[in-house]
Design a protein around this ligand. Structure first.
Ligand SMILES: *Cc1c(COP(=O)(O)O)cnc(C)c1O
Length: 471
């Protein structure tokens, strides 16, 4: 399988090349030339596979240039009960009649990002060894990506990690999770700014071709294809977990920010998984909600992004969105390049003539949840079901209940565990005992390691130069 760029000006590449990449050289995102089509017989076989078996069945269709026994070993090493706390890896649990949760947050950092990142950590180490190369990972995080990346890459051979986070914008638990790591290859950098500023620094460094080559820059941000692919797996698993037969359809509701998680659901649907609707839930940062309801994409500046109580969704420029737009525009790479040129110029774009396709052929729906909705939903779900859900998952449940059609089965992605967001949980429920997995007991009391820098890409570049020798 060959990979191409959404902007059409990058020579086709193999999976293991794309795995180590961030943005394509032409500024676009890499994706396969075609999504493989899964027929009914295959789907029937897959229904009975374990998580690791299913992951291998799906990923081997995409990772065609990795030795299949090696791929299998990487997957078997990644998706274990020891790491994800259950044999199912991603159990589906009932919330209401026809509304279930797909549990994606039982990994080391208690958010869904572990699902992909744990695989990526193992895959990176493997590919680097094969190629006899080193890699400098730079990343931007509003909390969950960074910790998931660091826990996946800590202590890995030939990998150095520089993770930028917005100074003072994460929860105490999230800060402790990241900054308490003392592995020599992990470098935490707190930027005086917002998440989007951190992301802009990553983009600026990536776009400096000379610096990028000299220091072997790579990324694990959600634009990385390997992450999206690993996430496709749990939509298949979640579908099988929520249904009794492949005659049924389900809708997925996904709390969204960078459009990575729901992009994986969209790809699963494109591959033929019987998904009815893809429900995109946003918080007050509702750029995607506006797009899926009107066709108008108007990303906002960092200064116009609200700090909310579902902070991992405080994103106003959805970096994975281009993969969907590419398909929406029938793979017209010139048009994609033009539209995202307009985005870069701060203008955004409007494809309202495509609204029929967006909502019909692609099945997208969107809704928005506010701070008050979040608090109410956490309280309502706890009172009615006894279950504690985190603020991001609450945004998903709120929107799912808002848009649900009679008879529609909706599976909401549980994107984090409540213990990560104790302040908001307490605001909603009053003093409450939040379950804390054993490996996180006493986390906030550990010493923390972080360097605070002004919002300036050059300062980050200098920090990298301190620790990485140029090629
Ligand atoms: C990252 C994250 C999201 C948003 O996911 P995207 O892939 O960026 O859309 C939602 N909830 C939580 C808890 C997250 O960590």
């Amino acid at each position: 399988m060959k990979y191409i760029s959404t902007r059409g000006q990058t020579a086709p590449m193999s999976f293991s090349d794309v795995l180590l990449m961030g943005l394509a050289p032409d500024g676009g995102l890499m994706l396969p030339e075609n999504y493989p089509q899964i027929d009914r017989a295959t789907l029937d076989e897959w229904r009975h596979l374990s998580y690791a078996e299913l992951a291998f069945a799906i990923m081997s269709l995409f990772a065609t240039d990795i030795e299949q026994v090696d791929l299998k070993a990487l997957i078997d090493k990644t998706y274990t009960k020891a790491t994800f706390n259950s044999d199912d890896i991603t159990p589906v649990t009932r919330l209401y009649d026809d509304v279930a949760l797909l549990e994606l947050s039982n990994g080391p950092t208690l958010a869904f990002k572990d699902m992909a990142m744990q695989f990526l950590g193992n895959a990176f180490e493997y590919v680097l060894k094969q190629k006899n190369e080193r890699l400098t990972i730079i990343g931007a995080t509003s909390g969950d990506t960074g910790s998931a990346a660091e826990y996946a890459l800590r202590g890995k051979d030939n990998i150095e990690v520089f993770m930028m986070s917005p100074h003072g914008k994460m929860s105490a638990f999230q800060r402790a999770q990241m900054y308490s790591l003392d592995d020599k290859n992990i470098h935490n950098i707190a930027i005086d700014g917002m998440f989007d500023d951190c992301q802009d620094i990553v983009k600026a460094l990536q776009e400096d071709a000379d610096f990028k080559a000299k220091y072997s820059l790579g990324t694990v941000n959600s634009i990385n294809w390997g992450r999206i692919l690993a996430q496709v797996v749990y939509y298949f698993k979640g579908y099988f977990g929520a249904t009794d037969s492949n005659d049924e359809t389900v809708s997925f509701c996904v709390p969204s920010g960078n459009f990575g998680n729901v992009c994986a659901a969209h790809i699963a649907k494109q591959m033929g998984l019987p998904i009815d609707r893809l429900i995109v839930a946003t918080n007050e940062n509702d750029v995607l909600n506006e797009f899926f309801n009107t066709g108008k994409y108007a990303p906002r500046k960092a200064s116009e992004t609200y700090v909310t109580s579902s902070p991992s969704m405080d994103i106003s420029k959805a970096s994975n969105f281009e993969r969907f737009v590419y398909l929406l525009l029938d793979k017209d790479t010139d048009k994609v390049r033009a539209l995202f040129g307009d985005v870069k110029a701060g203008k955004g774009f409007d494809v309202k003539d495509k609204l029929g396709d967006i909502q019909g052929r692609f099945g997208f729906v969107a809704g928005k949840s506010t701070h008050a909705d979040r608090l109410n939903t956490i309280k309502k779900v706890h009172a009615e079901t006894g279950r504690l859900i985190d603020p991001h998952t609450a945004d998903g449940v709120k929107v799912a209940l808002d848009v649900k059609k009679a008879g529609e089965k909706i599976v909401v992605a549980e994107t984090a565990l409540p213990i990560k967001f104790e302040e908001t949980m307490t605001e909603s429920l009053g003093k409450v005992d939040l379950p804390r997995p054993a490996h996180t007991v006493g986390l906030e009391d550990k010493p923390q390691f972080v360097t605070v820098l002004d919002n300036d890409a050059a300062l980050v570049a200098a920090e990298i130069q301190k620790f990485v020798t140029a090629k």
